[in-house]
Each structure stands twice: as C-alpha cells, then as structure tokens.
Design a protein around this ligand. Structure first.
Ligand code: IPE
Ligand code: IPE
Ligand code: MG
Length: 253
C-alpha cells in the first residue's frame, strides 16, 4: 500500500481508499418491470456480495453503503417492514461469508428505532467479523449526515459539562474525532446510482473533499463494470484539496 501522496512528483495513480455509495433506483427498476418496490430492494441486496469482492480485488479499504436513511421511515409501513426484514436476513446470511472473506462489518446510524432482534443481529454480525483485515464494509442504516454531526456535538457538549473539555478546544479536529468512522479514511469517491444528483443527508462531514460520481444506472443493475467506470472517472479527477497541483495544470495546458 502506498502512502497518501498528492505531491507534484507523485505520478502514480492512487485508487480510492474509501468508496461510499448511495444505492438508489430500486423502486424505478422494479416499476419498469411492472413489479412492486420490494422486488427492486431484493434485487438490490443481491448486488452487494459481488461488489464487496470487486472492491477487495481493487484494494479498496472501506466500502460504505447507504441502506436506509433517517428519512426513509417516511416510506409506506409495508415497504419499511420489508427493508427491515431484508436487512435482518442479510446480516444473518452474510456475516459468516464476510468473516470468510476477511471483511470487517460496521453499522453506522441510530439503532434505537430498530427492533431488538435487528439490534442483536447487528451486534452479532459486527462481533463475528471484527477480526477481518481485508477491508471494511460499512452499512449506514437509519443514518443521516445531520444526525451524525448532532451526535458528535452532543458528545463534545457532554465532555464540557463533565469538566473534561474546555469550550475553546472545540474545533474541526475535535468534531472529526466524534463523527462516525472517525478512525477510517474519509470518503474519496462518492457514487450515486439512478441519475439523482443529490446527497440526501448521507455523510456530510466525511464528504468534504470527496469526488462525486453519478450514473443513470439503477442500483439493481450496478455491477463490476459500472464500478470500473466510476473508478476510471475518479482516476481522471485532479484532487487539489484547495491547493494547487502542478501536474494537473500541465496535463490540462
Ligand atoms: C433506494 O431505492 C433504496 C432505499 C432508499 C432503501 P429507492 O427505493 O429509493 O428507489 P427509487 O428512487 O424509488 O427508484
Ligand atoms: C437515499 O435515497 C437513501 C438511500 C439510498 C438509502 P432516497 O431515494 O431515499 O433519496 P431521495 O428521497 O430521493 O432524496
Ligand atoms: Mg430513491
């Protein structure tokens, strides 16, 4: 693994260490086939296993998938129920496979609105896979980027109230340390399927310098070839992080 070089002399391509995906378009995929949204969600889940393997092959360290947003509770109750049961069966079925693949699973988001069965399955799946060293799969469920920032602010406020921290010490770094996935690289490449070009309250903090890639492909059709298209687009980006990358200027001159 190479270090994080964005320097002028660094001509070697650095693939993304962390890819985050807004898996959108299940409903439209199903509707085009005259099927209910549930069929789209089932087909969408089927994409995940291959994607994990594809990311592993490409040395991606972290893959974060947006499975259920804070706002998705507003869907019809039957659809919410189906999504919850798909999540539960996914965890039960796939945790062992992930363990065999050496993939560590993490789930981010609020957990208190899930059934106790689902909460237990999350804990168990994280426990079974905790020693994986070939990569991390993060599932964002009942997750919202605004919730994430609010919970980090709350943790800091609690430290202040307990006399462990001075208000003046609260800065970007302090907040970053309390965000979800603080111990992992920030998101390099953010992908959204289905043609929508919005963030829908996904990881707001962790995306400060992500490259965005949008594809019209609907999630249940997103395969390894689609991933490679996103990676190729990423390869052509000139990541500057607010600075100036001389190599980029030369290429564009
Ligand atoms: C994304 O697919 C999956 C979830 C939000 C859980 P959608 O269900 O949003 O698909 P569209 O946007 O209706 O096509
Ligand atoms: C975002 O998709 C959430 C997930 C993919 C889990 P939505 O389909 O819910 O987003 P909006 O409502 O179209 O912005
Ligand atoms: Mg959608």
């Amino acid at each position: 693994m190479s270090g994080g070089g964005t320097g002028v002399m660094d001509h070697e391509f650095q693939g993304p260490r962390h890819i985050a995906i807004i898996m959108d378009g299940n409903g439209r995929w199903a509707a085009r086939k005259g099927l209910p949204p549930s069929s789209g969600h089932k087909a969408g889940v089927e994409r995940i296993r291959d994607l994990i393997e594809a990311c592993k092959k490409r040395h991606v360290e972290v893959l974060t998938l947006f499975a259920f947003s804070s706002e998705n509770w507003q869907r019809p109750p039957k659809e919410v129920e189906l999504l919850m049961s798909l999540f539960l069966s996914y965890l039960r079925k796939e945790a062992r496979k992930m363990q065999e693949q050496g993939v560590r699973l993490r789930v981010i988001g609020r957990r208190d609105r899930f059934s106790s069965r689902l909460q237990r399955a999350i804990v168990e799946a994280e426990e079974i896979t905790k020693d994986g060293v070939s990569g991390t799969l993060v599932i964002a469920a009942d997750y919202g980027g605004q919730w994430d920032i609010a919970q980090a602010a709350k943790a800091l406020a609690e430290e202040v109230a307990a006399g462990k921290r001075a208000p003046g010490s609260i800065n970007e770094e302090a907040l970053a340390q309390h965000m979800q996935l603080a111990d992992l690289p920030s998101v390099d490449l953010m992908i959204r399927s289905s043609g929508e070009q919005r963030i829908s309250n996904f990881m707001l903090w962790q995306c400060a310098y992500s490259e965005f890639y949008f594809t019209d492909t609907l999630w249940p059709d997103f395969d390894e070839a689609e991933l490679d298209l996103a990676l190729e687009a990423y390869r052509l980006r000139d990541r500057r992080f607010g600075g100036r990358n001389q190599t980029g200027l030369e290429v564009r001159a």
